[in-house]
Design a protein. Structure first.
Length: 125
């Protein structure tokens, strides 16, 4: 079982503001904070996404082919996630809409302030 994902940042305060706003749209909140990391997850859960200053103290860089996929509760949450990401300084990597991955799939792509790729998805059950 996957326990969590870490994404590096070069400015923890700015990244924290970005993720506070964006992740609120899918019901996630800041659950822990330290000098070099912030952890996010569902309000009643455990942190699963960590935004960190790299341990080796070198510049954080985005990985080619790496993305974090976050499940939303409905299509409106995907739309809000994407809109808030852009309003907070993120960049567009694919506007919200249906995707032909599987029946009913709806998603949006963006990059955070450090270039990390994020994908919000809704799949009806």
């Amino acid at each position: 079982m996957l326990s969590g994902v870490c994404l590096g940042t070069n400015d923890l305060a700015k990244a924290g503001s970005f993720y506070d706003a964006v992740l609120a749209e899918i019901g996630w909140v800041r659950l822990l904070e330290g000098a070099a990391e912030i952890g996010y997850g569902p309000r009643d859960g455990w942190p699963a996404l960590f935004i960190v200053i790299p341990f080796n103290e070198k510049a954080a860089t985005a990985g080619n082919g790496v993305q974090v996929i976050l499940r939303a509760h409905d299509q409106d949450a995907v739309d809000r996630f994407h809109a808030v990401a852009l309003s907070q300084g993120g960049t567009d990597e694919g506007a919200p809409g249906p995707r032909d991955y599987i029946a009913g799939y709806y998603g949006a792509y963006c990059r955070d302030l450090d270039g990390n790729k994020l994908h919000a998805q809704f799949i009806p059950t």
